[in-house]
Design a binder for this molecule. Structure first.
Ligand SMILES: Nc1ncnc2c1ncn2[C@@H]1O[C@H](COP(=O)(O)OP(=O)(O)OP(=O)(O)O)[C@@H](O)[C@H]1O
Ligand SMILES: [Mg+2]
Length: 270
């Protein structure tokens, strides 16, 4: 699903990543832990194509993104990768449902379909009643759940999260972590989560310990790898069919409109 080979990265004279190789399987939930400055965010940004490595390769869903141009990369990122950051980074002037719709509209999905899917995701997050609230009118936990819904709208195969519960209290933290596992079970998404939260690290399928730009330890919690687990079909919510990869196939429900020369005005703000 996600394969990093010998990734190196320096900022000036400081070598931040010293040859990292990792393979993350389909549907795995992996945590990355380590002291401040270990290179966790840098690694996640490279995995997410938001930053370039100096050396090595990144293969996501069978595509080597290391050699892609910036336009192709932006499109690839929009369609394959969802991001959740420590601070929600929702756009303040838009409602919850609009914030969730934006990446779908950038991908060329019509407004009606994008809204329908965004409302379904809000329902899955138990936030249907908050659809018309702006970020300032949501609690911290609610904002983070909206951010998760936004990350899911384009049916990505991987969600990359950088300290997603870092700004939450313990109750909201637990809820958010549980949500990641629920989403994995329902949508078969892969998760890579950078965290300082020890409790979360103990429940993920695998924990990668990073120190001074190197993987110093890996711990697998489950004997049986996530790849071998059997995923039950989604219960309760019906908003698409699982395709053979277990990912949601929205081809029957979404009516894509071709991307025009006039890029979505939201794109600049994202
Ligand atoms: N754009 C940059 N320019 C120069 N140095 C940078 C840049 N980004 C990160 N660094 C340096 O690279 C090192 C790794 O940073 P990174 O943000 O990856 O750490 P981290 O493991 O995520 O830490 P934290 O747990 O504090 O978030 C740090 O020493 C940081 O100062
Ligand atoms: Mg960081």
């Amino acid at each position: 699903m996600l394969q990093l080979t010998d990734i190196t990265k320096s900022f000036g004279k400081l070598q931040v990543l010293k040859g990292i190789s990792l393979t993350i399987g389909d549907g795995e939930i992996v945590s990355i832990v380590g002291p401040s400055g270990a290179g966790k965010t840098t690694l996640l940004q490279i995995m997410g194509t938001l930053d370039n490595a100096d050396g090595g390769s990144v293969v996501i869903d069978g595509t080597n993104i290391s050699k892609m141009g910036s336009n192709a990369l932006a499109k690839f990122r929009n369609q394959h990768i969802g991001f959740v950051f420590q601070f929600h980074q929702l756009l303040p002037e838009f409602t919850a449902v609009e914030n969730i719709m934006i990446p779908a509209m950038i991908a060329g999905v019509g407004q009606k379909q994008a809204k329908k899917h965004a409302m379904e995701l809000l329902e899955m997050m138990n936030l249907k009643e908050r659809a018309l609230h702006k970020p300032a009118e949501l609690s911290g936990g609610e904002k983070q759940r909206v951010a998760v819904a936004r990350a899911l709208i384009n049916n990505p195969s991987v969600i990359l999260a950088d300290e997603p519960s870092g700004s939450l209290d313990s109750k909201n933290k637990e809820e958010l972590h549980q949500l990641f596992f629920d989403i994995r079970d329902r949508l078969h998404c892969t998760f890579v989560i950078v965290t300082h939260d020890e409790q979360l690290a103990t429940i993920t399928d695998r924990t990668i310990h990073l120190k001074d730009g190197e993987v110093v330890k890996e711990e697998s919690i489950r004997e049986e790898s996530a790849n071998q687990q059997v995923y039950e079909p989604m219960s309760g919510l019906e908003y698409g069919n699982d395709n053979e990869n277990g990912n949601l196939d929205l081809s029957g429900t979404i009516d894509p409109e071709p991307l025009t020369d006039n890029p979505n005005p939201f794109e600049e703000q994202l």
